[in-house]
Design a protein around this ligand. Structure first.
Ligand code: AHM
Ligand code: MG
Length: 324
């Protein structure tokens, strides 16, 4: 049995990064406890606020954001943070080394129905001389992440994390420790499972409509096999399924808001999930380029996402390159 801290030591992870990860996990354990109490703790339901994306905030969005913010700002290694639930970045210690971006509670439409949600985080290094109070300081491409991961709050709480040396799962034990439960996760290259919100089909690009249309034809169609569909409406749970047994997950560009390429955010969802997927041998793409190569222009920017089993994502990309 290996504890998270022992495992990171064994991987010779930078000691300051280990300290930062420990802080993140203290916050996630607190969030897990609040979620477990649910209605009993009076934490369900919505607030009167909307966030910067114009979405109504759930009480637990705010609680999770506050827990992460407080603990991270108490850690002198943190130069600043940016959150899906904050309009602007929050500066920390000007001599700190790390910038942390996060979605405190992803999939929050699932909170009130007791379905899985998660915390997604991404760790960058402050470029010396830059100001962590400014948006532009955070606009680094996903390739520059020094760590990324999520904690899935499901029947058990599971941390999936990478520091650039593969992906590993750690399960939260009743002792409060995260214990290594799956090492060097590898996504199977082929799959018969896809995840997409089909209700948006008529708004997608023709290439995406054609690709999904061919999956639906099953063994009679050009893909020659029958597919199954899943949609949990919680990206953390979908990515966990993809990492665990393969699959393809997409939240693509849609015509309703052409200026916003998709629903999900690059800095809080796209980049950390893409690093995990690539580190586990999968592909994460905008449908035209690797997500990790996108140069962010705004901290709350959205991105079209397709990720998962390498052969399946390659098949999807071929529809986009030929527009067949
Ligand atoms: P959130 O960060 O506001 O919770 O939104 C992100 C979530 C993802 O977890 C999930 O993939 C998607 O939104 C579901 O969207 P939809 O409700 O359109 O199916
Ligand atoms: Mg969210």
């Amino acid at each position: 049995m290996q504890l998270l801290s022992q495992f990171l030591k064994h991987q010779k992870t930078d000691e300051q990064l280990v300290e930062l990860i420990n802080t993140l996990m203290v916050a996630c354990k607190e969030i897990a406890l609040q979620l477990r109490e649910g209605e009993l703790a009076g934490v369900l339901g919505t607030t009167d606020n909307t966030n910067v994306q114009g979405e109504t905030q759930k009480k637990l969005d705010v609680i999770a954001n506050d827990v992460l913010k407080k603990l991270l700002l108490d850690n002198p290694l943190v130069a600043g943070l940016a959150s899906e639930e904050e309009d602007d970045p929050v500066p920390g210690n000007p001599n700190g080394r790390f910038l942390v971006t996060f979605d405190p509670l992803d999939g929050s439409s699932n909170i009130d129905i007791d379905v899985s949600v998660g915390t997604i985080f991404s760790v960058l290094e402050l470029t010396p001389g830059e100001d962590p109070a400014l948006h532009k300081t955070y606009l680094q491409s996903g390739r520059r992440q020094v760590a990324a991961g999520y904690v899935l709050y499901g029947p058990s709480a599971v941390l999936a994390m990478t520091t650039g040396q593969g992906v590993n799962f750690f399960t939260l034990a009743h002792t409060g420790d995260f214990i290594l439960t799956r090492e060097n996760v590898q996504i199977p290259p082929t799959t018969r499972e896809f995840a997409i919100n089909m209700s948006n089909q008529r708004h997608w690009e023709p290439a995406m409509q054609n690709y999904i249309g061919d999956l639906l034809l099953g063994s009679d169609g050009p893909r020659g096999k029958n597919y199954n569909m899943r949609w949990i409406a919680s990206m953390v749970a979908e990515v966990h399924r993809v990492l665990t047994r393969g699959g393809i997950f997409s939240y693509p560009w849609d015509a309703r808001e052409p200026a916003k390429p998709g629903k999900l955010r690059l800095m809080y969802e796209g980049n950390p999930m893409s690093l995990l997927i690539e580190q586990a041998g999968g592909i994460a793409s905008t449908c035209y380029a690797p997500i990790l190569d996108v140069q962010p222009k705004e901290i709350h920017e959205r991105v079209s996402i397709a990720l998962g089993s390498s052969e399946e994502v390659e098949a999807l990309l071929s529809y986009h390159s030929t527009d067949k």
